[in-house]
Write a protein that binds this ligand. Structure first.
Ligand code: SOE
Length: 395
């Protein structure tokens, strides 16, 4: 008899769609147990929720997330709501004895992230955070190469997450409201590349310095009605007035890592020409790696162990079945390609594998791990505002 776990999803916007697709498809591609049952989706609008539930196959809907997380029927609560409500929802679910999978960043603020981690320490449920880029096969392969010593000692890490959807025509979505989001591109995008760099190198960021935060577009069109709005919301009506953006549009910072590497991080929503340019370069004593999510099935490797006559950047196609590349056996034949949505299905597989007592394909961050990333986010803002280096241990 195959065991199952009833999942309750909180949130039905962009991440609600990505997570719904993951829970709907994970059992079709991975031999996971427990299998997920798409039990309840909770949100704000009953009519929108019913359409969402019908589209994705959720059995029930609710506009009362508090009762959902208390339900004895629910085993795993999946928090896919704006950053500012992660803490309230995740802590309530943990206190109700549920497993909790929470979208990134862990929270909009360090104090909330700390409260979530404290709640997790004493809880019976397991915790997970949807840093989905760890589940890009090329990123997971990069981690394996570094862990194997293929690069040797790491000298430099250069990471950037460059988007361009945040121009003057983008209205005042929740993502530009500091009381809801906590920060702008910083918590949204630097959170990802900080986690990715920690994951791949196995090192922690110990000091942050030279940080700069900036809001280029200080006022944005207010959305009509209560809409929190999502990126590129179809025909989002504006109220004809403007409101103040209270978050950064870009944050850049430098860092020293625990193994001695020097690192640079850059996040922007105004990087014209890039749409989801999540990229890194890692330079070691024996080789280097280069990755760009906009070509997510390729990992570039420079190997000094090769004869000098043939040294050069090698493009590894990280979709070849039989190669031993992470996750690829579950999907398609060689070079058929994977996409953004597969990273969430891969993550759902790892979550269910762990809940079933197994080991994930790539390390799964829990709240305590994600708190380390949140502390780096906080240290960077402190460095920017104090115009001085900040030790992460001190925040
Ligand atoms: C917007 O920047 C966003 O949707 C992020 O919030 C996601 O985490 C990222 O995967 C894609 O871009």
């Amino acid at each position: 008899m195959t065991t199952t776990i009833n999942v309750a999803l909180l949130g039905s916007k962009f991440m609600g769609r990505a997570h719904s697709n993951a829970w709907l498809n994970v059992g079709k591609f991975f031999p996971v147990e427990p299998l997920p049952v798409m039990h309840t989706v909770a949100g704000r609008s009953a009519s929108d929720l019913q359409e969402f539930a019908d589209r994705w196959g959720w059995q029930q809907t609710s506009t009362d997330w508090q009762s959902v997380v208390q339900s004895a029927d629910v085993g795993l609560v999946d928090v896919a709501t704006p950053n500012g409500v992660h803490a309230e929802q995740a802590i309530a679910a943990l206190e109700a004895g549920k497993h909790v999978a929470c979208e990134k960043p862990l929270a909009g603020r360090l104090t909330d992230a700390q409260a979530m981690t404290d709640a997790a320490e004493g809880a019976s449920g397991s915790t997970f955070v949807w840093f989905n880029y760890r589940r890009v096969p090329a990123v997971a392969l990069a981690q394996r190469l570094v862990a194997s010593g293929a690069l040797g000692r790491i000298y430099h890490v250069r990471a950037a997450y460059l988007q361009s959807w945040g121009g003057p025509d983008t209205p005042l979505l929740w993502r530009f409201q500091g009381d809801v989001a906590g920060s702008g591109a910083h918590g949204d995008l630097n959170a990802h590349i900080i986690d990715t760099v920690r994951f791949i190198t196995g090192e922690e960021i110990v000091t942050v310095e030279g940080a700069i935060e900036h809001t280029f577009i200080e006022e944005r069109d207010l959305l009509a009605g209560a809409a929190g709005g999502e990126i590129g919301g179809a025909g989002a009506a504006t109220a004809g007035a403007k409101g103040r953006s209270t978050v950064d549009d870009a944050v850049l910072f430098l860092a020293r890592m625990s193994g001695g590497a020097l690192a640079s991080f850059e996040a922007s929503r105004l990087a014209t020409g890039y749409h989801n340019g999540n990229r890194f370069e890692i330079h070691g004593e024996r080789g280097a790696l280069r990755f760009d999510f906009e070509r997510m099935n390729e990992l570039h490797f420079y190997n000094l162990d090769n004869d000098s006559a043939v040294q050069g950047w090698t493009t590894i196609d990280v979709t070849r079945a039989g190669s031993g590349h992470p996750y690829v056996e579950a999907w398609w034949p060689d070079s058929h390609g994977l996409g953004y949505e597969h990273t969430f299905v891969n993550q759902a597989s790892d979550i269910l594998t762990v809940l079933g007592g197994g080991q994930p394909v790539a390390a799964l961050p829990d709240f305590a791990d994600a708190l380390k990333t949140q502390r780096v986010l906080h240290a960077a803002i402190a460095s920017a505002r104090n115009r001085a280096p900040v030790d992460v241990a001190d925040v």
